[in-house]
Design a protein around this ligand. Structure first.
Ligand code: HGY
Ligand code: MN
Ligand code: MN
Length: 424
């Protein structure tokens, strides 16, 4: 055991060079050529990335398996007989032209922590579980966080089809899952004593405050709406302006109002990220528009207020324009606080490594916010250069990436001592 008198572990650090090398290797899978990555859930690239992670685990003698929900899971037995395991992990799927660290960083940091514990023969008291969650982003048209939903025992509609018209059950099968056996993937009550996810911050706070580590205190609530606007498809040259029911002009009103809701402080942020226009031809007045709305706030009541204002706007526009406007509620994920005791472990770990840390909320959504509903959970952030993410320009400094992984390793050691049935 590498203990020292300062209650720490002298040379108990991960292999930083290998972590950075592995992040670079993953970034090649689905690379878009401009520094970004498109690795949609269940795609061949997603499967390739998961196989590479499974290979790295196998090199260290750690077996992994794909559960019925398509999550890639590795399990290392601990020294003790504590009931619940410590769990860590993140996701490998990305948005379209996303960044190379969103999700991948947490997976590789968890992998390096797990492999270090195995290779240094310094096992935890608790079992240690690593999870690569399937379909966190939902970037192919099905709601995200599918793998973590199933692990928590929340319902998932596997018959829903994605933008390519493929049902979710087929996608889950493509990565080795079995949508007819999802109940077998659900984590048993108390089987997880603590969960911690390392992730890039994806925002500007840590860089602005010159902190190396973010101790996450809460994860934002989120609500997605699907809005369908049916107007009248007509000739662009012969239809008088007074006789039009132009679905795209109406959509422009909705998009402007959605943004205003956030600018006026009704909700923290509001975004229209996806739109389709039919028939999408230069000399035809659009008859049909579909768009999505993404609302976020730490207070779910404010999200509800913004949602009701959007419903009122839709009714008003329908009356004044004659268009039919259908507002359908999509996935809703409540805001969730992180566990104080686990956050303390992250704080202490950062202090022991002499890393300036900052307690902060997460504006991005994460699988951790679902896991937090069934087990004590926290997150560790590392700074994003320029605060950008979900874009090819997403980047983080090497020393922050390595430091965050060492804070993860040390946090797991501290949690191992402090969390139920831990090491005495
Ligand atoms: O949308 C999010 O915040 C996350 O990237 N899925
Ligand atoms: Mn993301
Ligand atoms: Mn992410």
């Amino acid at each position: 055991m590498l203990k020292t008198s300062t209650n720490g572990f002298a040379s108990d650090v991960i292999d930083g060079e290998r972590l950075l090398h592995r992040l670079r290797e993953l970034a090649h899978i689905g690379a878009t050529g401009d520094g970004g990555v498109t690795r949609l859930a269940y795609s061949d690239d997603d499967i390739r990335a998961r196989s590479l992670v499974a290979e790295w685990l196998a090199e260290a003698g750690v077996k992994s398996r794909v559960d019925p929900a398509g999550n890639l899971i590795a399990h290392v037995v601990g020294r003790g007989d504590s009931r619940g395991a410590l769990a860590t992990g993140s996701h490998l799927d990305t948005v379209v032209r996303g960044g190379r660290f969103d999700g991948a960083y947490g997976v590789v940091a968890s992998l390096e922590a797990m492999v270090h514990i195995v290779e240094s023969k310094t096992p935890l008291w608790h079992d240690l579980v690593l999870v690569v969650f399937s379909n966190e982003e939902g970037a192919n048209g099905t709601p995200g966080m599918v793998g973590s939903q199933v692990l928590c025992g929340f319902p998932v509609d596997v018959d829903q089809v994605d933008r390519a018209g493929v049902p979710l059950w087929k996608r889950i099968e493509d990565v080795g899952g079995d949508a007819t056996a999802l109940s077998e993937a659900v984590w048993a009550e108390d089987s997880i004593a603590a969960f911690v996810e390392a992730h890039i911050e994806q925002g500007p706070v840590l860089e602005t405050e010159r902190a190396d580590i973010g101790v996450v205190t809460s994860i934002t609530g989120r609500s997605n709406l699907d809005i369908r606007i049916t107007g009248e498809q007509q000739h662009a040259g012969t239809t008088p302006m007074t006789d039009r029911c132009d679905a795209l002009v109406i959509a422009a009103r909705v998009i402007g109002e959605v943004s205003t809701l956030a600018r006026e402080g009704v909700v923290r942020v509001a975004t229209t990220g996806h739109i389709t226009c039919s028939p999408n031809v230069w000399n035809v007045i659009p008859g049909l528009v579909n768009l999505t709305v993404d609302l976020r706030d730490e207070d779910d009541n404010r999200i509800a207020e913004a949602t009701s204002r959007i419903h009122c706007l839709a009714n008003e526009l329908s009356t004044t324009t004659g268009a039919s406007i259908d507002v359908r509620q999509g996935p809703q994920v409540p805001a969730v606080p992180m566990d104080h005791q686990l956050a303390d472990c992250v704080s202490i770990a950062a202090d022991q490594l002499a890393l300036p840390s900052l307690h902060m909320p997460s504006g991005a959504g994460h699988d951790a916010q679902l896991i937090a509903r069934i087990a004590p959970t926290t997150m560790i952030f590392v700074p994003s250069i320029g605060g950008v993410s979900h874009t090819p320009q997403e980047d983080s400094h090497d020393h922050h990436l390595v430091a965050g992984a060492n804070v993860l390793l040390r946090s797991l050691r501290l949690m191992d001592q402090r969390v139920g049935g831990g090491d005495s």
